[in-house]
Design a binder for this molecule. Structure first.
Ligand SMILES: [Zn+2]
Length: 243
């Protein structure tokens, strides 16, 4: 591993300027979030510092360890102990920053290392996951999910993933069945995943179950789980009679 790069104010500003140029040209349209270079007090923001550090000498970017990033951020924020910005800038803000780990399939890179992959495309999947709340245009929604069921991945018009003799039909489905079917609450689901009994669940925008939507379904839980829930609620509601 190389020693920390020395970046003075001037080089930070110049790297940030390069980032802005790529951002305007390639990334803004996908809703990638550009961190401000300065906060209201005129200090560099941590997000910008991390992005600048990773973008040094772009496109010949380096693999950078979390320790190295932390050391760099510390030269402006001495009390920083663990820099989480690189991961956040990737998955949540849309910058294509590779985080080393077992499930990364883009480039071979060790756990704990980060590398800015490109400034010309957003983080894979970013445009699909993050702007869905802004539209209720059905074709646009389906396009963002590549015409697949958000839950099981079956593709519209093709044989269903689990029932190959059935043609997949995509339907507008509730993320939260207790809320109206309007922008921000619609995901595409196939006719199998969107059956009536699925009103039990609240889904996230990736079609994963995140909550229970129908209290009655608690009756299907195993006894030890019901007991644990009872304990939680008994304490939460101060042991009051529910009636
Ligand atoms: Zn499905």
């Amino acid at each position: 591993m190389l020693d920390n790069l020395i970046l003075n104010k001037k080089s930070i500003e110049s790297i940030y300027k390069t980032i802005c140029e790529f951002y305007e040209k390639y990334l803004k349209q996908f809703g990638v979030k550009l961190p401000k270079l300065y906060d209201s007090q005129g200090n560099f923001t941590k997000d910008a510092l991390v992005l600048v550090y990773l973008a040094y000498d772009y496109p010949n970017t380096r693999k950078v360890s979390k320790e190295e990033l932390t050391k760099f951020v510390r030269s402006y924020y001495p009390n920083t102990n663990d820099v989480q910005q690189a991961r956040h800038l990737g998955a949540q803000a849309g910058w294509w920053i590779i985080a080393g780990g077992r499930d990364n399939i883009v480039v071979k890179i060790k756990r704990g290392l980060y590398q800015l992959y490109t400034l010309e495309q957003p983080y894979p999947g970013f445009k699909k996951g993050h702007r869905i709340s802004e539209t209720d245009n059905w074709d646009e929604i389906k396009e963002k999910y590549s015409f697949r069921c958000a839950t099981c991945g079956s593709q519209e018009g093709k044989p269903h993933f689990h029932w190959p003799a059935t043609k997949t039909i995509l339907q507008k489905a509730h993320m939260d069945p207790n809320k109206p079917l309007v922008a921000g609450n619609i995901i595409p689901q196939c006719q199998k995943c969107n059956r009536g009994d699925r009103n039990r669940w609240v889904y996230d925008n990736k079609g994963r179950v995140i909550k229970l939507a129908n209290a009655n379904f608690v009756r299907n839980f195993d006894k030890d789980v019901r007991e644990k829930i009872y304990k939680i609620l008994y304490n939460e509601f101060n042991r009051k009679n529910p009636n």
